[in-house]
Design a protein around this ligand. Structure first.
Ligand code: TYD
Length: 212
């Protein structure tokens, strides 16, 4: 059974489509926590560890086909390594982990391909991480068209998933919202079209309550 990690630290994950502003918000939260004297581990999936960076290169930049089950297992392998070697030790030390993406991304993205079943993907990740779930997951919800406009403005080459069609990103968005509705205690859903400062204040309010 999945359960919050019984560790002294606090674990916050950010989720949302590409271009929803996760990195900006994670950075603002990290700064605020550091100003309050907290030790912060800022990390991400895929690619939060050395093994994870190798896996990230395959899942995001491999040119040939990656079979859906292979892709799901690669994300799960990255996650297993990340939890075991970085996230759990930091939480055990009482630190705050601020993380871009976690298992909800696998359910939303790999499930949106329509080939794999969402529950199976979730169970795979929970097996990989021995059932670890964050204390709070911030979902930055944004219409795919608005997200795409932001990515275009950034002028960076698209990775394999960013290059997917608009319809795929609609399914990803719907899947995230469904996950949030199923676990209202863990999720904080915010409208990512609001000004960054307002979103950051809402995130801080929730995290402040967690820190006590
Ligand atoms: P991200 O790190 O947000 O990209 P960027 O470097 O552009 O900020 O995410 C990389 C991509 O990985 C993103 O398109 C979503 C995808 N992804 C999955 O498909 N499944 C997963 O389990 C995870 C963690 C990410």
């Amino acid at each position: 059974m999945a359960a919050p990690v019984p560790e002294p630290g606090v674990w916050i994950t950010f989720e949302g489509g590409d271009g929803s502003g996760k990195t900006t918000q994670a950075t603002l939260l990290e700064q605020w926590l550091r100003e309050r004297g907290r030790t912060v581990v800022r990390t991400r999936e895929p690619g939060g560890t050395e093994v994870g960076r190798l896996i990230r290169d395959i899942v995001l930049h491999h040119r040939g086909e990656v079979a859906p089950r292979a892709e799901a297992l690669l994300y799960a392998a990255d996650r297993a390594q990340h939890l075991a070697t970085l996230v759990r030790p930091a939480l055990a030390r009482g630190e705050v982990v601020v993380q871009d993406r976690y298992l909800d991304s696998s359910v939303a993205y790999q499930g949106a391909g329509r080939v794999l079943d969402a529950d199976q993907i979730r169970d795979l990740s929970l097996w990989a991480t021995e059932g670890a779930l964050p204390d709070v997951t911030v979902l930055l919800d944004l219409e795919p068209a608005a997200a795409r406009a932001r990515l275009d403005a950034d002028d960076k080459p698209f990775d394999r998933l960013e290059a997917e069609k608009a319809e795929f990103h609609e399914r990803v968005r719907a899947a995230f919202l469904q996950l949030a509705a199923a676990e209202p205690d863990r999720f904080l859903v915010l409208d990512a079209s609001r000004p960054a400062g307002e979103i950051a204040a809402a995130v801080r309010a929730r995290v402040a309550a967690l820190l006590g």
